[in-house]
Design a protein around this ligand. Structure first.
Ligand SMILES: Nc1ncnc2c1ncn2[C@@H]1O[C@H](COP(=O)(O)OP(=O)(O)OP(=O)(O)O)[C@@H](O)[C@H]1O
Ligand SMILES: [Mg+2]
Length: 314
């Protein structure tokens, strides 16, 4: 793929957390991907595989242990604090829990106007921008005078999306944005997120543990296992021609949309990410693992056109 003109490029990023006793937890361990303007990339994998850490690294909300991130061709991992603020308007995050993302002591209007001020809008420009976003997103302006705790999860998540759009970002990182919501509003929110690329020209890094949701929303999918991408391709390709046994188990184990439960994607649990592992980290759970898999970690490679995978059996 031609990388020129990519909106976001993540190159070999890693994030290690130091644990007690001097051990290192490799939460993200050498991940590369890119997102084109208006594209939705899904990052999928089970709990603890490093999805949220990767999302934060992409926006440089946390510092990488290694690797680089480029936004519109500019290396944001090399910028100072003040310059990061300049870039930040172009990239925003929506979090999983809408109840935790608004300050209970500030009314909705105050919370949104604070963001407008931060991005240098006058009070009048801020009010206009909020009114226009509320129209697009299907929010009543009556909500502006309310306190966060008076609103439903669905309303708050729409407000969180509106807040993320105030600065007209080109990229939104949405970290499990519908997982905490009632089934009845999940589908509506999903449609709203899908529409943002046409209504607001926004690309998205969409983090999920649910393959059904990712299939519905995303143009491309990257499957993460223990801090690494193990398979990535366009959505139709990865579903029609699944290569990695871990991806197959994720697809086989999907709950219905809104099922709420964490998926149980494969036998057993992933190994402890703080332990040193030799061989493929999926081998202990893999029905297809051979002797080489237990001995030697596979490298990620392009197995088919635009379809990358790390597995010895392919
Ligand atoms: N600040 C931190 N300090 C130490 N370890 C951390 C920290 N943040 C994350 N981790 C660890 O890094 C690993 C990846 O965490 P992360 O939150 O990125 O996973 P995730 O894929 O988003 O999981 P979930 O689906 O449960 O949200 C986990 O083992 C987690 O315990
Ligand atoms: Mg997470």
């Amino acid at each position: 793929m031609d990388k020129a003109g990519m909106l976001l490029e993540v190159k070999d990023v890693a994030k290690y957390f130091s644990l007690k006793g001097g051990r290192l937890l490799r939460a993200v361990n050498g991940v590369s991907f890119s997102i084109a303007a208006h594209e939705i990339l899904g990052i999928v994998g089970e709990s603890g595989c490093g999805k949220s850490t990767l999302g934060r690294l992409a926006l440089r909300l946390i510092e990488p242990s290694a690797g680089q991130v480029f936004f519109r061709g500019e290396e944001i991992t090399a910028l100072g604090r003040r310059e990061i603020t300049r870039i930040r308007a172009g990239m925003q995050m929506v979090f999983q829990n809408p109840f935790a993302s608004f300050n209970p002591r500030i009314r909705i209007a105050g919370a949104l106007m604070e963001v407008c001020r931060y991005y240098g809008m006058s009070a009048e420009a801020g009010r206009e921008r909020i009114a226009s976003l509320f129209g697009d997103i299907g929010l009543s302006e009556g909500l502006l005078g309310r306190w966060p705790q008076e609103l439903s999860g669905g309303q708050l998540q729409r407000l969180a999306i509106a807040r993320a759009l105030l600065s007209e970002p080109a990229l939104i990182v949405a970290d499990e944005p519908i997982s905490a919501l009632d089934v009845s509003v999940q589908a509506q929110l999903l449609n709203l997120l899908g529409d943002l690329r046409s209504t607001h020209a926004a690309a998205m890094l969409f983090i999920s543990h649910d393959m059904t949701v990712v299939e519905y929303l995303c143009d491309r999918v990257a499957v993460m296992y223990m801090g690494k991408i193990v398979e990535s391709a366009s959505t139709p390709e990865i579903f029609a021609n699944t290569l990695h046994p871990y991806t197959r188990s994720l697809i086989a184990a999907v709950p219905r949309l809104g099922g709420g439960d964490r998926i149980i994607p494969a036998r057993g649990e992933p190994p402890n990410p703080a332990e040193k592992i030799s061989g493929c980290p999926f081998a202990p759970r893999c029905p297809e693992a051979g002797e080489r898999c237990r001995r030697e970690a596979p490298e990620i490679r392009e197995a088919l056109d635009g379809h990358i995978v790390s597995c010895h059996q392919i």
